[in-house]
Design a protein around this ligand. Sequence first.
Ligand SMILES: [Zn+2]
Length: 217
Amino acid sequence: MRLVLVGPPGAGKGTQAQFIASHLSIPKISTGDIFRANVSGGTELGKLAKEYMDRGDLVPDEVTVAMVRDRLSEKDAQDGFLLDGFPRNVPQAEILKKMLAEFGTGLDLVLELVVDDEEVVRRLAGRRTCRSCGKVWHVDFDPPAVPGVCDVCGGELFQRDDDREETIRHRLEVYQEQTEPLISFYTDEGILVGVDATGPVEEVTQRAMAALRRFAG
Ligand SMILES: [Zn+2]
């Protein structure tokens, strides 16, 4: 199966990508992993990407696309893959479609993890990080015995800037702006399936697998 996984920050996308890929015995291909592999491997594309990242700039689409193309050409991706983090926008989706057509294939399905904004805010804004050991707690789901104090080391807990409600809401807005056109694109292609991503991790994986079976069967 050739799959793409999309979902907002806080939807547990990375975890689901790993579980779904291992259930299907296909490689999980994330842009983060591809970047790291190219940079640490010192490839030409990696060097190019690193120049942009070192300047704090976004890596241009052409560089990302070239890395994805290299990765999808590898042997383990010939019978299927799960893409995480690519495509990010409609132009990238169109490029991916063309690329796969050149390989004589196409995407089977795009899974969209669906979580409402308030749930994402509750999940992320409740996180508290220990200043001393770095352990992450959650005020509702994984609270320390004494509020504000790390159970493990007695360190002080604080809320990272990334976990502040306004930061999260901004990231959600950016995600929606980028992703809504992508969702429409794949809806028009007839390959988009939404998966309710609330509840325990294993349940979400089961729902995703059920959606895949329905579609494949
Ligand atoms: Zn600690």
